[in-house]
Design a protein around this ligand. Structure first.
Ligand code: BES
Ligand code: MG
Ligand code: ZN
Length: 457
């Protein structure tokens, strides 16, 4: 584990060369062919007694480059078995490099009988000027790591009841208020769409509401997260190969949990409420079926063309709850909603559907700062028509392409007149090792939402 401390001098030094500036000694190193004079290069010159230097050439305006450089620096320190190192750099953007360093600490080894033990804590000392920023960063990372642990937990251990319990435990003694609604209470709320999805599971659903209201006014931003603790597809059953990672179908809700942890630890002075409908999508004799027509909390009826398009059903009720039972000024929602968004935008960018240009501007900008990119897809009249049902009001599965868009349009029917932004994170929530992330859950969305909330006037 790499621990960040401040203002200590050690034998091993890390020198950061800002690519924008000129340094004679850097020119010499470049001439010798030891490193390139471009952001992201790294060269280590450590002696056996671990004295010496690690050189970094950094483009201090390239946040993702800095994160990658930090991650690679951490690898070099570990590889050389350095115990302590000292890094001097006054540029405030160093914080992005330190984020990369901290990302390297993530390990999910709960299910390994023999843990990869890394007994030595590596101490990396930074100028004290960065102390406050480092504290905030560490809290943000704690939120991200919490979300990744939740997402990586297999469905045998993480299901609505156990998940809700963990959330309650986590926020005990903090300024986050947790409300958990059980199946009976969900019935009383008339959440018929959520209940239809939950009907095939032996495990009861839960509705979890997180409230953190440090300001005196009652209005707040509301963040809604998809919370399918397992999505088998139901009677529209998924092939095993695409089902095996479907414990990650609660990544949106985990981002909400991680976000609240970060907001609370950092005492962010903004009112935020989180809503997540937790359920499994399974199949048994009581399951809802392809061809069913179900109701929803709003009262709109929905033709279920495909039981695997279950996310939008659970979200319909969660969003309507956010729009009508809370004092939401706007609703931002994250969900691993469609395979179609992966076809449209790949695995490095979330898809956005929004009814509000200003809200998109803010979330788009926050995503860039966070290194979690998102791109808006268009809502059109033609596609709006397609979401309408033949016998019911709406349908959940729409043929003819643009599946990521029609899913978002479907959701927008349940937010009443609230400014609304949907982030489809199906391509960016979970996967193989990439950038400064290990294999598994990435915790996508927490940094974006955190940035969006602290930017808010
Ligand atoms: N949870 C899936 C979407 C998903 C796909 C998440 C890949 C992560 C990775 C969602 O519930 C789903 O099954 N969507 C269907 C919708 C279709 C039936 C209209 C899909 O995308 O195939
Ligand atoms: Mg599904
Ligand atoms: Zn799903």
């Amino acid at each position: 584990m790499i621990k960040l401390t401040t203002n200590k001098e050690f034998k091993t030094r890390v020198r950061v060369f800002d690519v924008e500036k000129t340094y004679e000694d850097l020119d010499k190193i470049v001439e010798l062919g030891l490193m390139k004079k471009e952001g992201g290069s790294l060269f280590s010159n450590l002696n056996l007694d671990r004295s010496g230097e690690i050189y970094l050439v950094a483009d201090m305006n390239d946040y993702e480059g800095l994160r990658m450089l930090g991650y690679n620096l951490a690898g070099t320190l570990r590889g050389a078995k350095v115990k302590e190192a000292h890094l001097k750099c006054m540029n405030p953007n160093l914080i992005y490099l330190l984020e990369g360093v901290l990302h390297s600490n993530y390990e999910y080894d709960r299910y390994r009988s023999k843990k990869d033990d890394e007994p030595n804590v590596i101490e990396l000392s930074i100028n004290a000027e960065h102390k406050e920023a480092i504290g905030k960063l560490e809290n943000l990372m704690a939120g991200i790591f919490t979300a990744r642990d939740l997402i990586n937990t297999p469905p045998i251990d993480l299901y609505p009841e156990s998940y809700a319990k963990q959330i309650v435990e986590m926020f005990k003694g903090t300024d986050v208020e947790v409300e958990v609604y059980n199946k009976k209470q969900i019935e009383t709320l008339n959440m018929h769409a959520l209940l239809a999805v939950a009907s095939g599971s032996d495990k009861d659903p839960r509705l979890v509401v997180l409230k953190r209201l440090p300001l005196k006014e009652k209005e707040h931003v509301t963040i809604v997260g998809k919370g399918l603790t397992y999505d088998s597809g139901g009677y529209a059953i998924k092939p095993a190969s695409s089902m095996a990672s479907m414990h990650s179908d609660m990544s949106g809700s985990a981002a909400v949990v991680g976000l609240f942890k970060a907001l609370s630890l950092n005492k962010v002075e903004k009112n935020v409420v989180g809503v997540m409908a937790l359920t499994e999508n399974m199949l048994n004799g009581s399951s809802y079926k392809n061809g069913d027509i179900i109701s929803s909390m709003k009262g709109l009826s929905i033709e279920v063309g495909n039981t695997d398009a279950e996310g939008r059903l659970t979200l319909a009720d969660a969003l309507y709850y956010a729009a009508t039972k809370l004092d939401s000024t706007e609703i931002v929602e994250l969900s691993t909603l469609t395979g179609a968004v992966v076809t449209a935008l790949g695995t490095d960018m979330a898809g956005v559907i929004s009814n509000n240009d200003a809200l998109y501007e803010e979330i788009h900008k926050a995503g860039i700062t966070a290194g979690e990119f998102n791109w808006r897809l268009p809502m059109t009249k033609e596609l709006d028509e397609k979401v309408k049902g033949t016998f019911g009001d709406l349908k959940n599965s729409i043929p003819g392409g643009a599946g990521a868009i029609t899913a978002g349009i479907f959701l927008s029917k349940f937010v009443e007149d609230k400014p609304f932004l949907h982030l489809d994170i199906a391509g960016v929530a979970y996967g193989s090792k990439k950038k400064y992330y290990k294999e598994g859950a990435y915790g996508f969305g927490i940094k974006t939402l955190y940035q969006y909330i602290i930017n808010k006037k």
